[in-house]
Write a protein that binds this ligand. Sequence first.
Ligand code: AHR
Length: 520
Amino acid sequence: MQRRHFLATSAGALLAPRAAQAADGSVTVLLNEPVGTISPLIHGHFVEHLGGVVYDGIWVGEGSKVPNVAGLRKALIDALKKIQAPLFRWPGGCFADSYNWRDGIGPRAQRPKRTNFWASNGMLAKQSGGPAKYDPNEFGTNEFMRFCQEVGGAPYIAANVRSGSPREYYEWVEYCNSPVGSTTLAAQRGTSPFNVQYWGIGNESWGCGGDFSAEEYSVEFRKFTSWVPNYGMPLRFLPAGPNGGDLKWSRGFFEALTRKSPGLINRVWGWALHYYCGTAGGPVEFNDAEYYELLTKAVRMESLITDHWTVMGEYDRNHRVKFAVDEWGAWHKAGSEVAPHHLFGQIGTMRDAMVAALTLDIFHRHADKVAMANVAQLVNCIHSLFIAHEDKFLATPNYHVFDMYKEHKGGQAVRAVFAAPSQGKLPGLDGSASLTGKRLVLTCTNSSLSAGMPVEVKLAGGTARSVAGTILHAVKPQAHNSFAEPDLIAPKALKAETSGASVRFEMPPSSVARIICELA
Ligand code: AHR
């Protein structure tokens, strides 16, 4: 029996009052040990033409009774503005390698309807129609760009490598970026250039993106990235990276690319690692063991980053290439979708918020290695920040983590050492710290289901003048927001005290805390 379970099940009841149950946590923040700048793009999102993500989630149409901005769900735009959402990856995922971008331009009424990549998957197989199954292409390049512009986030487009050609791809770049008055495609675009800088070259090319070997894919990558017109703005290319711990894919790609010519490493901006965690239990029905199992799987992200980083260093000694973890999240089995076409739709609980917090903290701690990340997926899908159906809309606990953690964006990550009793490979207390000028942001998770945790933070190299705390917590990890109770789980103020050299606060079981200190 693990230590935490012992406290909970055997001795816990006898050890009341609560303070006696609590395990102490300590954090030492090394204010003078910078790790790297936390790229705001680490807090990016992913939008795929899959189930209810685009149709119902984002796109409601201009004539809809649902409040909208040019057909885009207004409540979603407003919520994303609040967290300063920095980036959106689109149009997939697996869908990207089946997408012809020309289907989604020009007058909407004349756009073709196409069978969606996911049409015969899961619940969609049983549907007779609908936009999730037969994509009307009402949401195409211009609508996606409008969405990005309304929110204020950058676009990141995934090109079709499996069923498209390099020429189609170059023309998409031309459509997006060529100057007004320059080309036929610029005229068809009908707006000022979109200046898309981030381009994914396929998606999961080891699987749904073409079943390539790493060597074969490196050839495709070269073809797609050779002599792409850039219209004065350097393009940033992201090759399809590994599935979880597949070091062979990382080694195979970089070895083949640099064998052809060492300088080709300069074509790579970000290495697109994908990793999902999950358990046999449902999104909402799970037991304590499945809670710990999911969180333990989530923190595997850290060793994935360091292991692939080591391999990348064999071919890129100066580590020019950083990670773009452009799909991550907790993927649960079906059954909690709010509408029958929301393929992979799942209710997000407090447990998922813990996964979000643990993962963002890992990215912050590796700010020198991770340049971009995209949680999968934005709305009505895996690990979503939102659930939306017709005129109903809610923010999940994941959203609140992104809201609390936004204070790290652009900050200088500094080394912090967390200590508390652990649960196997799952740290009892984990987190990240960053500095922006004299403002220290510390975020952390108490993963114990049973014990609260008094935490003492020692500030090495500085003192605090003031401190403010925020906590995200629920009565149980299965708790979630619903259309009936959309604000059941939301951040609240947390009492925190400082003596100057240290800060103290107490975290309830299974909770996420944010502490902001103004330093002297
Ligand atoms: O996010 C759902 C799917 O998971 C994506 O389309 C694919 O890239 C991954 O396998």
